[in-house]
Design a protein around this ligand. Structure first.
Ligand SMILES: NC(=O)c1ccc[n+]([C@@H]2O[C@H](COP(=O)([O-])OP(=O)(O)OC[C@H]3O[C@@H](n4cnc5c(N)ncnc54)[C@H](OP(=O)(O)O)[C@@H]3O)[C@@H](O)[C@H]2O)c1
Length: 322
């Protein structure tokens, strides 16, 4: 089968698109004929081996799992011993990161618990863009105690998490401010953000505006400064960012800033309960779809923040409406 292979840590341009042996599903695994996959922060980190601490997870000298990709949508095409949740032909999707990587390939063998049935209202391209970002957005807003009509700010709003968090917060009647930059600001306005801040010209912690809930995908400001953006009783939730900055937030919380919360993602948790929202119009913002062969350039495009929403690749030629 064809796959994107990472032989050593380095620039994404050194990834190879090549033939690799096709695997049979082992105990409790299914094999998925991958229709579409999405690019994530983990791919940007796995391929470069940066931050270096990640090598403790991915492999010290080179990636233990050489095929990146942790979001998948496709069709079950083989069922291994002991796997009972799916039948051949089922359409599935999920964030596989708790069980391994490898979705930038024509086939993926993975523990059957890594995926769930694809909602019928989503195409494969849409479905692969959902699990990671929607769970981060949903779990982050829950951790922040989102209530109807809150005044919410999303920092790093133009990516996968921000565009889902906007839709979820709007469903609660929230007023939502998005912080990002460049061409994305116009797209964010069109998507429904009430207010936009360009982080290159304005610092959201010094505008004098106060928010009931700040959801931060980048954690670019210090714990001391984010409190200036919070209304009385307001909560700041970080879902990600530089590891050093996250440690600062952890210490700030331990030593007294109890309105700071740090999300530890539980992949796919709560996703099934959100399926009815797709029938009501909840959708990922998709950048693409692009061909699988473009993954090396797309990982850089993602890492440099040039995308809007979720970057999706199609693995087989698929009907875009299904
Ligand atoms: N909590 C967990 O357990 C967990 C698990 C997995 C991943 N994560 C984290 O969750 C986050 C995923 O978010 P995502 O998928 O939405 O990321 P994303 O698609 O990369 O979006 C982030 C957005 O932030 C923008 N940005 C960059 N620098 C900024 C700044 N200084 N101020 C404001 N915005 C800025 C980026 O645009 P430009 O670069 O063009 O400016 C981009 O549009 C990542 O931080 C990831 O590490 C957390």
């Amino acid at each position: 089968m064809k796959a994107i292979v990472c032989k050593h840590y380095g620039p994404p341009e050194e990834l190879q698109y090549k033939d690799v042996p096709q695997l049979e599903p082992r105990k409790n695994q299914i094999r998925i004929r991958v229709k579409a996959a999405a690019i994530n922060d983990y791919d940007w980190s796995l391929v470069r081996g940066k931050p270096t601490a990640y090598r403790l997870i991915f492999g010290l000298r080179k990636p233990r799992k050489p095929i990146p990709g942790m979001e998948v949508a496709g069709i079950v095409d083989a069922v291994g011993p002991g796997a009972t949740r799916f039948n051949i032909g089922d359409a599935v999707y999920g964030d596989t990161s708790d069980h391994g990587f490898g979705s930038f390939a024509e086939y993926l063998c993975i523990d059957e618990r890594a995926v769930l049935l694809k909602p019928e209202h989503l195409t494969f391209v849409e479905a692969t863009a959902v699990p990671h970002a929607l769970c981060l957005a949903h779990q982050g807003l829950q951790l922040g105690g989102l209530l109807p009509k809150m005044n919410v700010l999303i920092n790093g709003a133009g990516g996968g998490v921000g565009t889902f968090a906007l839709q979820l917060a709007k469903r609660q009647g929230a007023t939502v401010t998005g912080v990002d930059t460049g061409d994305k600001l116009e797209q964010m306005r069109a998507l429904g953000f009430d207010h936009i801040i360009d982080y290159k010209t304005q610092d959201f912690t010094t505008t004098g505006q106060h928010y009931d809930l700040v959801l931060d995908t980048k954690s670019t400001r210090s714990p001391a400064s984010v409190k200036h953006a919070l209304a009385p009783g307001g909560v700041y939730v970080t879902v990600g960012g530089d590891p050093g900055r996250l440690i600062q937030f952890l210490f700030a919380r331990i030593f007294g800033q109890k309105n700071i919360r740090i999300l530890a993602l539980k992949p796919n948790k709560g996703l099934e309960a959100l399926h009815p929202l797709f029938a009501e119009g909840l959708r990922p913002v998709v950048d693409g779809p692009h061909p699988l062969t473009d993954v090396p350039q797309l990982i850089r495009y993602f890492g440099e923040g040039k995308h809007f929403g979720k970057v999706v690749v199609v693995v087989w030629n698929i009907d875009p409406d299904r």
